[in-house]
Ligand binder design. Structure first.
Ligand code: SUG
Length: 449
């Protein structure tokens, strides 16, 4: 099978930062909560992330990356009333509010599936691709990412004609938005005719969340609706679905932990959506109206894969890509190797979907221990060949750049990090210098032609 040249999927990963640690900050995120304050390895984390990017590059999927923003965020600590000498700020913050210090150092920006939501030019009313930065306002440690990623995306797409980067929705509780991790797009295999499934956590229109049945504050329906409008998507291209309470309570904090899509394929767990039948029917009808065929919908039942095992293995967070040969390759977290249920789901998928050529297991132990699998680490954007050529070459991974990054990571990233390190000024300064070095490398603006 041959893929068209019209739309090319690029993956943009966040390079994992030198302060990657386990702060226990992910609300409703079982891995983050259970690994709270255990030692981390920023070096292994970054090398694992790099390895995944190299795999994509080798498969012929254009792989871009964003450098780590600077940590700790001093201006943020100062705005919270921590003033005086920097060494004293760190010490006082650690003594009185360790989770605030942890947030100021967070490397959670690495999960770029949460960084923005994308409306592809083939689908929008003005034929322009719109990239709406996510506000991540439900999380203390993540809301700071919005302005950082906004300026990086603006830079990345500055010379790309027909792509617009938009500021995030106003950051407040009723408009909490967690990016592409809560949106699935179905299209033809050429990337045309996208239908978007927006998945939200609360149907409270943001204003009555104290009455919400949900234990954790997830993406609001109002935010999802306003995103679709900001992305200039016509109504008949959008379906809105509510996540089940069972899923949220079981640790499904973003939709990409319980369902996934690629081209015309949707794979979802029986426990993913309230009013499952209505959602799937609406999606199929809207898709059929454009493509004259139904999409390929695979439902995974609870008795095939219990919800708890879906969360523990992160199977739905596998990254589905189309390599050069036009087949579908599925990059799974290595936890999937040890689950009999996942293995039999894979056997079923291979039988029912001949286009799947292989499953690869990617080791991402460090990211997974904070609740981030392969698909969390990337943002997908569909571009035309001209747009691809206009993207800066310094932000694209190739063998040389990968070697350069590997050598910086090996030289500058700590092998091990414990929470107490965060209160050391020399640690903070070294982490800052490393991030600045990586940003400088990334910031040259030559196009990648
Ligand atoms: O927002 N973990 C992230 C994981 C994000 C995963 N992304 C997707 N599913 N797309 C989160 O909960 C943990 C940070 C800490 O505990 O130090 C954290 O933020």
């Amino acid at each position: 099978m041959k893929t068209s040249n019209r739309w090319i999927e690029i993956n943009i990963d966040g390079l994992i930062g030198p302060t990657h640690h386990y702060g226990g900050l992910g609300v409703g995120n079982i891995a983050s909560e259970s690994n709270r304050h255990t030692p981390s390895s920023p070096r292994s984390a970054a090398l694992e992330g790099l390895h995944k990017m190299e795999l994509l590059d080798a498969l012929g999927v254009p792989q871009f990356f964003l450098p780590p923003p600077i940590r700790p965020v001093w201006s943020w600590l100062e705005s919270l009333g921590f003033d005086g000498e920097r060494s004293s700020i760190l010490r006082r913050c650690m003594e009185n509010h360790p989770s605030v210090l942890s947030a100021a150092y967070s490397s959670a920006f690495m999960w770029t599936a949460n960084a923005a939501t994308v409306g592809v030019g083939s689908d929008t009313v003005d034929r322009c691709t719109h990239i709406k930065v996510a506000n991540l306002s439900a999380n203390l440690h993540r809301s700071v990412e919005a302005s950082e990623r906004r300026s990086q995306f603006s830079r990345l797409f500055a010379s790309v004609h027909g792509c617009q980067v938009h500021p995030e929705l106003f950051g407040c509780y009723p408009l909490r938005d967690e990016g592409a991790a809560n949106v699935m797009r179905l299209s033809s295999d050429t990337g045309d005719g996208g239908i978007y499934l927006f998945v939200y956590g609360s149907d409270d229109h943001g204003f009555h969340s104290w009455q919400s049945r949900k234990r954790f504050p997830r993406q609001s329906k109002l935010a999802s609706q306003l995103l679709s409008q900001s992305l200039k998507l016509p109504n008949n291209r959008c379906v809105f679905a509510e996540q089940t309470s069972a899923a949220i309570d079981a640790g499904v904090f973003h939709n990409d932990v319980i369902s996934t899509s690629h081209e015309n394929l949707l794979i979802y767990h029986e426990d993913a959506f309230e009013q499952e039948e209505r959602v799937i029917e609406q999606l199929q009808n809207q898709f059929e109206r454009i493509h004259s065929v139904k999409p390929l919908v695979i439902r995974i039942a609870r008795n095939e894969l219990p919800l708890s095992e879906a969360v523990a293995t992160y199977f739905f967070n596998s990254q589905i890509v189309t390599p050069r040969d036009g087949t579908w390759r599925i990059l799974c977290p290595s936890t999937c190797q040890n689950s009999l249920s996942v293995q039999s789901v894979m056997t079923r998928l291979k039988k029912e979907i001949p286009r799947i050529s292989d499953f690869d297991y990617v080791p991402l132990h460090q990211s997974m221990a904070n609740g981030g699998g392969p698909a969390c680490l990337r943002l997908r954007v569909l571009v035309t060949p001209d747009q691809l050529r206009a993207l800066p070459e310094s932000a694209r991974l190739n063998r040389d750049r990968s070697e350069q990054l590997r050598s910086i990571i090996n030289r500058e990233y700590p092998e091990q990090l414990v929470l107490e390190d965060l209160s050391r000024l020399d640690f903070a300064e070294h982490a800052t210098e490393t991030a600045i070095k990586l940003q400088k490398n990334w910031e040259s603006t030559k196009a990648s032609a």
